[in-house]
Design a binder for this molecule. Structure first.
Ligand code: ADP
Ligand code: MG
Length: 741
């Protein structure tokens, strides 16, 4: 989207005209530059094209290895492409009114493939006819009769000449063709011609986007070669190099930009430097009922070093559920308090804030410090009282939710901010709190030190991208007394056995969570479902035990009451229809039973499981699901298929308790956007790089950015002027610098 006023530019291109130009514009292509940047999303490439016969062999072989460790790699495999002729195409009627359109494909190999359309059969019958040559891309399955079946593949009708080009060894671009483009007659082939007509005359006027010195050092192809080959590759090796360059370049600029931004904050913002000596934390250390783990101590040293500086700490503490992040945060708080500063601790939900409030109070009150809790819906009188306590500095620690960055709150020398579950807050919310902190100093607008925490451990390369502007500390080691939680998928036929097991656990003094997924759309129905589940469990299944209920329609303080009662062992079983919030700590609970577990997301399951195994006893997580899930595992490969994804989630839970592994699988299933709230985190949409899979390029780009900045921290070298210019564009949300001059 370079220039809206230029929308006439395209219509004069050979093969375009006003109608097609309008369709291109509707598809987001306004200018020649846009077309030049419209890189293919795939290629018809000899290496990814398979014969039908070879494909069938491939799938047969994979069936055998599936039970081994290659499970994930085969399940998560990428799609395949075949080029074939439509041999037969017919609409068939099943039963009374079920229609299907079936295409039989043949190529020169002895096997055949089948495509089935269950929806819009008549429509597709008009589009695809015997004799057409098609390129089919998708994730195939082998049926019982040895036919390759494609479900909802991507199909493109191609010309004879495409096969010709392909047999000459040409790699053909596949562009995304939108509905509007199709309607205006911009087919794949027409698009290829349009790109050709624009690209070749413009090629010479495309400006280089990286300094010559970097191109030389990294041995990259120059931009003209890159643009030309990404559209029409000369050969596959050069195509690889060009793809590498665009990904590298994108990640390199991003790394440069965040590193520079970080530098700017470091030199322009001043934080209160705090002495590492803290009498109170020494006292607490002596009193702790347990020994801190090595990792906890290491993180504490890192934090202490950070806050001793007059540049603001911005550190991320990653640690799995139950790894003991809170106590680390408490030590950090004590250091700040001993230095005369106030501390804010922000949590994403009220119940979680409540839990933290109690934990913090328990450790801090005996030392003579005051903690108060700021959540939504406080009585006016109480709130006024709290606000006074905060502004006068009587409150040493303020724990709360979003309510904490409302503009009517006046903090008093707020020197340390702790944010729990960072990814659940937006960039602007964090900024608001920093502003309040700055106003809380009467002599100078100090920036607070910030400790961010997250229980979603993610791979290092991803951290470097998503949280590239933060220093990262990781707690990998769990407290010593923990036994790994045993996890099992359970089916209805095991129900009695499972209930008996639960009864034994309760008799030996332990407590149980039973969680139901939230399925009801309306509040009223949810309440009804919650009550029914509870009735069944408390009066029919476990009448001899005391049961409590917690659900989404309760006020936060009612939830809190239920949780506290459970903690005080007033209940043996806590039935929960709302997801029990992360962070609730009941060490005596030893079984987490999750009903309809296939409905939960993987990280949700992992978080729920983290509610048990918090004490020294063996704990269990039981994932109940429907019996037919047992049989699905072998049949289908397509992770787009929700049932298959559900199986992968349940399997993963059984196979590992390691949060890093869990999140790796989750990232593959869902992508980073959902999991890390990357939109909120301000991460750009990368056009070329895949932040999950391009790990080596990410490392390479990061190291190289570091090298450039260590040689030329301000990018003052004239050779680096271009870098500076492009970084500025990057802040202006430009994510491709390729442009026709
Ligand atoms: P999370 O990292 O999920 O926030 P918490 O900080 O809530 O974990 O810690 C979980 C439990 O483990 C708490 O009850 C805490 O007191 C306890 N704990 C923390 N550190 C240790 C340790 N080093 N040894 C034993 N127990 C610990
Ligand atoms: Mg926690």
């Amino acid at each position: 989207m370079i220039n809206n006023n230029n929308d006439n530019e395209l219509q004069f291109i050979k093969g375009v005209g006003p109608k097609r130009a309008a369709a291109l514009i509707e598809s987001g292509l306004y200018s020649k530059t846009d077309i030049v940047r419209y890189f293919p999303r795939a290629y018809i490439d000899r290496r990814s094209v398979s014969s039908i016969c070879a494909l069938a062999d491939d799938i047969r072989n994979k069936e055998y290895v599936k039970d081994n460790n290659e499970f994930f790699s085969s399940v998560l495999k990428s799609e395949v492409t075949i080029i074939a002729k439509i041999y037969d195409a017919n609409v068939k009627t099943f039963g009374r009114n079920k229609k299907a359109f079936i295409i039989i494909l043949a190529d020169s190999s002895p096997s055949k493939a089948k495509i089935l359309f269950w929806n819009k059969a008549d429509y597709f019958a008009k589009v695809y006819k015997a004799g057409q040559i098609v390129v089919v891309s998708g994730k195939p399955e082998l049926d019982d009769r040895g036919f390759i079946n494609f479900n909802h593949p991507d199909i493109e009708i191609i010309d004879e000449e495409d096969i010709e080009l392909y047999s000459q060894g040409k790699i053909l671009p596949k562009y995304k063709i939108t509905e509007q483009m199709k309607k205006a007659g911009v087919s794949m082939n027409v698009m290829r011609k349009i790109v050709q007509n624009i690209l070749y005359p413009a090629l010479d006027s495309i400006n280089e986007t990286l300094p010559a010195s970097i191109i030389k050092q990294k041995n990259l192809p120059e931009i003209k070669t890159v643009v030309s080959n990404l559209h029409f590759p000369e050969d596959s090796l050069l195509l690889e190099k060009c793809r590498y360059r665009v990904k590298f370049e994108e990640l390199f600029y991003y790394q440069l930009a965040i590193k520079l931004k970080k530098k700017i904050i470091e030199v322009s913002e001043t934080a209160p430097a705090m002495s590492e000596k803290s009498k109170s934390s020494r006292v607490l250390y002596e009193q702790l009922p347990f020994e801190l783990t090595k990792d906890q101590k290491k993180v504490l040293r890192e934090v202490a070093e950070d806050i001793a500086q007059s540049k603001p700490m911005n550190r991320l503490l990653q640690g799995d559920v139950g790894s003991g992040k809170t106590i680390v945060a408490i030590f950090a708080m004590l250091m700040a308090i001993d230095n005369g500063y106030q501390v804010a601790f922000m949590a994403p939900t009220e119940i979680l804030a409540e839990q933290h409030f109690h934990t913090i109070k328990k450790f801090i009150e005996p030392l003579g410090f005051k903690t108060i809790q700021l959540v939504g819906g406080l009585k006016k009188k109480l709130k006024t009282q709290y606000l006074i306590s905060i502004s006068e500095g009587e409150a040493n620690i303020v724990v709360g939710t979003h309510a904490m960055f409302q503009s009517d709150i006046v903090y008093n020398k707020l020197g340390l901010v702790i944010i729990d579950e960072l990814h659940r807050f937006g960039v602007s919310q964090k900024a608001d709190l920093i502003q309040l902190a700055k106003k809380s100093f009467s002599d100078f607008p100090y920036s607070p030190h910030i400790l961010n925490m997250t229980a979603t451990p993610i791979p290092r390369t991803l951290t470097m991208t998503v949280y590239g502007d933060l220093d990262v500390s990781v707690i990998k080691e769990m407290p010593k007394n923990r036994k790994p939680i045993k996890t099992k998928v359970g089916f209805d036929e095991n129900r009695q056995e499972i209930y008996n097991f639960i009864k034994e656990e309760i008799k030996s003094g332990r407590q149980i969570y039973i969680v139901f997924p939230l399925v009801e759309k309306s509040d009223k129905l949810e309440l009804k479902a919650a009550t029914e589940h509870f009735e069944e469990i408390s009066s029919e299944i476990f009448p001899e035990f005391k049961c409590g209920l917690i659900h989404g329609q309760m006020f936060w303080y009612e939830k809190e009451e239920a949780m506290t009662a459970f903690l005080n062992k007033e209940y043996d079983i806590l039935v929960a229809t709302t997801v029990i919030e992360v962070g609730i700590d009941v060490p005596n609970a030893s079984v987490m039973l999750i009903e309809d577990a296939e409905r939960f997301g993987l990280s949700q399951l992992h978080q729920l499981r983290g509610r048990v195994g918090r004490g020294a006893d063996q704990s269990y997580c039981i994932l109940m699901t429907k019996s037919h899930y047992k049989y699905l595992l072998r049949r289908n490969d397509d992770i787009q298929n929700e049932k298959v994804a559900a199986i992968i989630r349940l399997k993963t839970m059984e196979e590992t308790t390691d949060g890093f592994q869990v999140s790796e699988v989750d990232l593959k299933l869902r992508g980073p956007g959902d999991i890390l709230g990357t939109k909120q985190a301000g991460l750009p949409d990368f056009k070329y790089a895949d932040i999950i899979n391009d790990t080596e390029i990410i490392m390479d780009a990061k190291n190289f950015a570091q090298k450039i900045l260590s040689e030329d921290p301000q990018l003052r070298n004239p050779e680096h002027t271009l870098l500076k210019k492009n970084i500025q564009k990057l802040y202006g949300n430009e994510n491709s610098f390729i442009q026709i001059a």
